[in-house]
Design a protein around this ligand. Structure first.
Ligand code: SAM
Ligand code: DTB
Ligand code: SF4
Length: 356
């Protein structure tokens, strides 16, 4: 079991040595050049009763965000098709809910999950707290993964959120795992926490048994109207060090470079890939804030010699069935294919889905 002392010793290494160690772990446990491409969709936006200080969707924060009710299944499926045509293999749906409530809305989400799964995409949901029974229904509907972040250390947590506890979060992760879903859990860097807070969060995640399957590392997007507005963007070298420690402590996890990429230059992102990040959100929007253009991302990955990772290949590596270097890369969609797919989506032919 890794401890804070172990994590701190890694974090404080000369950057070259830290990255070397992260690469050793990465090359042994992951497709060395593979990047998992996920797309995010906000399926219910804003008016969330939780008071997360970073979040533009909290009802406690005056961010001017337009709220949107839960989207219809067909409209979400149209976006999922676009994501697939753009090269994404995982579609992650987020709802600004405190928790999942049984009833019509959850039934609609379950129906959507099945539809997205039928498109041949991996399905991830992030809907707030969830019971084991609800997680089991998601699994049965075709959901593969559930995202619920620890966000920060136990100690720093109460400065960021007061409407639910750290143990509530851990309980949801346990419910998700028991229902047989993959666990996606990470946090945010740059909310005024200390380096030890960041490392405590990583150690907490690394001590979960089994460890999370994916670990999103977000850089705070300081949104106007939130209590964290005006906060300086995290020091990028500190961010890279955090990514490297995550990679070393959780060798088999997908380490996802999540929010904040729009404020990172190519070189910072390249350092993150070197430090062991192997997953990104692809597409011009995260949930409510911006993300780099798809073409920009594709160009950077091509310049770095990286390729899209097929999720089944990644799982086979993790199960020890194939060596990391033997993974078969998924095809890049060409920019022309991507444009054609998007044009076709303008009329998906299903009717009533909101497309033109
Ligand atoms: N309501 C659900 C929940 O809290 O689990 C799902 C959506 S919530 C927006 C998912 C995650 O997005 C949060 O846990 C947080 O880590 C991240 N996030 C939200 N706002 C962010 C921001 N301004 N900057 C960076 N990450 C953010
Ligand atoms: C995660 O850790 N990051 C994503 C995903 N999980 C759901 C969300 C980032 C949201 C950034 C702020 C926004 O766009 O609203
Ligand atoms: Fe609500 Fe999730 Fe935002 Fe917190 S992070 S305010 S729970 S949408």
């Amino acid at each position: 079991m890794p401890t804070l002392t172990d994590a701190r010793a890694l974090y404080d290494l000369p950057l070259n040595t830290l990255i070397f160690k992260a690469q050793q772990v990465h090359q042994a446990h992951q497709d060395p050049a593979g990047v998992q491409l996920c797309t995010l969709k906000s399926i219910k936006t804003g008016a969330c009763p939780e008071d997360c200080a970073y979040c533009p969707q909290s009802i406690h924060n005056q961010t001017g965000l337009e709220t949107e009710a839960l989207m219809e299944t067909q409209a979400i499926l149209a976006d999922a098709r676009k994501a697939k045509a753009g090269g994404a293999t995982r579609f992650c749906m987020g709802a600004a809910w405190r928790r999942v409530n049984d009833g019509k809305q959850f039934d609609s989400v379950l129906n959507t999950v099945s539809g997205v799964k039928e498109l041949g995409l991996e399905v991830c949901c992030t809907l707030g707290m969830v019971s084991e029974a609800q997680a089991a229904r998601l699994k049965q509907a075709g959901c593969d993964v559930y995202n619920h972040n620890l966000d920060t250390s136990r100690e720093h947590y109460s400065k960021i959120i007061t409407t639910r506890t750290y143990d509530d979060r851990l309980q949801t992760l346990s419910n998700v795992r028991k229902a047989g879903l993959e666990v996606c859990s990470g946090g945010i860097i740059g909310m005024g926490e200390t380096v030890d807070d960041r490392l405590k969060m990583l150690v907490e995640l690394a001590q979960l048994d089994p460890q999370p399957d994916s670990v999103p590392i977000n850089a705070l997007v300081a949104v106007e109207g939130t209590p964290l507005a005006g906060r300086k963007f995290v020091d990028t070298i500190e961010f890279v060090r955090t990514v490297a420690v995550a990679r070393i402590l959780m060798p088999k996890a997908m380490v996802r470079l999540s929010a904040g990429r729009a404020s990172m230059n190519d070189e910072t992102q390249a350092l993150c890939y070197l430090a062991g990040a192997n997953s990104i959100f692809l597409g011009e929007k995260l949930l409510t804030t911006g993300n780099p253009d798809i073409e920009e991302d594709m160009n950077l990955m091509k310049r770095l010699g990286l390729h899209p990772m097929h999720p089944d290949e990644a799982r086979r590596i993790h199960r020890g069935e194939i060596a990391p270097v033997d993974a078969q890369p998924a095809e890049w969609p060409s920019v022309a294919e991507f444009a054609a797919a998007n044009a076709a989506e303008e009329s998906c032919g299903t009717g009533g889905c909101g497309c033109k």
